[in-house]
Design a binder for this molecule. Structure first.
Ligand code: HEC
Length: 464
């Protein structure tokens, strides 16, 4: 279909009624077919008289549907190949509906009756198939399968649904592939690049296949944007023949392309938290935008949070705390302590006025005891807590069990042991824990690994 042709708005306006009026021939012809076959039973034979009328009405509405559909096609934006076959199936159906009507009013010879039945069966199958293709055109081919439960997916040979990602609350704990790249490709590309329909022999629904690429070679070459066909295709000028997505479909935004670049330049990992990359400037604002973390407060967690009192922040700064917002425009705070003295005379209670704002807290080597953890336990928005190299014990850990947002916990170089860890098992969001140089036994670590396969347990290297 030539989509360059300029047509009047009227044509497209009327065309948009196509999805509505196609239901007329579908409904009418289905009723006609049912009555036709029912009427063969003596009990329902009086239905026979209505069938020619229904097939006639079906044929007229089928022709109308074709005309409306043709008008709609000028709107553009459809996959040309799928549109073409839907279109010709539609025309064929209209022709067969007319034939069915003609044979219905024709003289009844035995031959005609056989023809009638055959036509009816063809119409039935054709209606289902054409309707389904039309649905795929307007909703995308994954419309029906997207929400299908896993057992059904298995039955039709689809891979199990990817696990739902929890919503991103803070940028640093978003995953560059799972929360950024993969959803982006799913939304913009997978409709044409999936195992069922792999244009250019390219599948963009799994990590391995994304890297592998298609006919023209590797999709992603780590650290090399020029050689990464995937990147090249989305960053070309929009009118370029190779530009993706094609056919005037909605292109990736500049921010999304920036993040794709960030991912490729940082090793294109299958998993990796944003906090582990140095994200600054354009990349930072792009990430906040794409993840929906920008705007008031700069962060979805921040929406509930008021800005911190600047006098309190200033007085804490004076005492040796380093207090920063976690990203531009955010009220959430990253607090650490650098002064060359310990916390003995700088009590942790001083941080309590900031308990809603603090999401990252780094107080390693500060001589914190279990009592101090009782205070930290009130910092309900805490996401990353680093309290390594402090004399804390299992006792103190139970105070942390209330930190529902906690994702990363560094306990390296503390007195905690197996019992203490058990108190943390309620922390649903915890995904990384550092346990080097603690009393925790290797058995306990194995046991945790088996129980929580997604929990990353670091027992080897020092981490700050
Ligand atoms: C409307 C369907 C459609 C959509 C949506 C689409 N593509 Fe394509 N893609 C194609 C077709 C058709 C080809 C093969 C023709 C060609 O190479 O241009 C192709 C080829 C490619 C290739 C080259 C593969 C190879 O090695 O030959 C890449 C890379 C690519 N697409 C990436 C993307 C990305 C990234 C997106 C999402 C931003 C996307 N495509 C969205 C239809 C689509």
């Amino acid at each position: 279909m030539d989509q360059i042709t300029e047509v009047s708005d009227w044509v497209i306006f009327i065309g948009r009624f196509h999805p509505l009026i196609v239901h007329l021939p579908i409904g009418i012809i289905l009723v006609g077919i049912s009555m036709y076959f029912l009427a063969k039973k003596k009990k329902f034979s009086q239905l026979k008289g209505a069938v020619p009328f229904l097939m006639g009405a079906g044929a007229v509405s089928a022709i109308l549907s074709c005309v409306f559909g043709y008008m709609l096609s000028f709107q553009g934006g459809y996959d040309a190949e799928a549109l073409n076959s839907h279109q010709w199936m539609g025309v064929a159906l209209a022709v067969f509906a007319v034939l069915a009507f003609v044979f219905m009013v024709w003289e009844k010879t035995k031959r005609i009756v056989v023809l009638q039945s055959g036509l009816m069966v063809f119409l039935l199958v054709g209606l289902g198939y054409t309707g389904h293709m039309g649905g795929n055109l307007s909703h995308g081919a994954s419309y029906l399968t997207q929400y299908s439960p896993d057992p059904l997916r298995k039955l039709v040979g689809l891979p199990p649904k990817p696990e739902k990602r929890p919503p991103v609350t803070v940028l640093d704990s978003a995953d560059i592939f799972l929360d950024v790249v993969s959803p982006m490709l799913s939304d913009y590309c997978v409709s044409c690049h999936n195992p069922g329909k792999s244009k250019g022999d390219l599948v963009l629904s799994s990590y391995d296949r994304i890297i592998k690429g298609g006919e023209n070679g590797q999709g992603v070459v780590i650290g090399d944007l020029k050689e990464s066909e995937l990147y090249r295709r989305v960053s070309l000028p929009e009118h370029h023949d190779d530009f993706m997505p094609p056919d005037g479909k909605k292109p990736l935004s500049g921010e999304q392309i920036k993040l794709l670049e960030l991912w490729i330049m940082n090793g294109a990992p299958e998993k990796g938290q944003m906090g582990d990359f140095q994200i600054e400037g354009d990349y930072l604002s792009a990430a906040n935008k794409v993840l929906g973390l920008e705007g008031h407060g700069g962060n979805s967690l921040a929406r509930k949070v008021e800005p911190a009192d600047s006098l309190i922040v200033a007085s804490l700064n004076a005492k040796g705390y380093v207090i920063r917002t976690i990203s531009e425009g955010s009220y959430l705070l990253d607090v650490s302590f650098v002064a060359q003295k310990n916390l003995e005379n700088v009590s942790i209670e001083q941080l309590l006025p900031l308990k809603d704002q603090i999401v990252y807290l780094n107080l390693n080597n500060r001589n914190l005891g279990d009592k101090d953890l009782e205070v930290i336990g009130q910092f309900e928005n805490m996401v990353r807590l680093n309290i390594h190299s402090n004399p804390i014990t299992d006792e103190g850990l139970s105070f942390l069990a209330k930190l529902e947002n906690l994702e990363v916990l560094n306990l390296y170089g503390t007195q905690i042991g197996d019992n203490g860890l058990e108190r943390l098992e309620l922390l649903q969001k915890l995904n990384r824990i550092y346990l080097w140089n603690t009393q925790v036994t290797p058995e306990k670590v194995e046991n945790l690994k088996a129980k929580y396969p997604d929990l990353e347990i670091n027992i080897g290297e020092e981490a700050s």
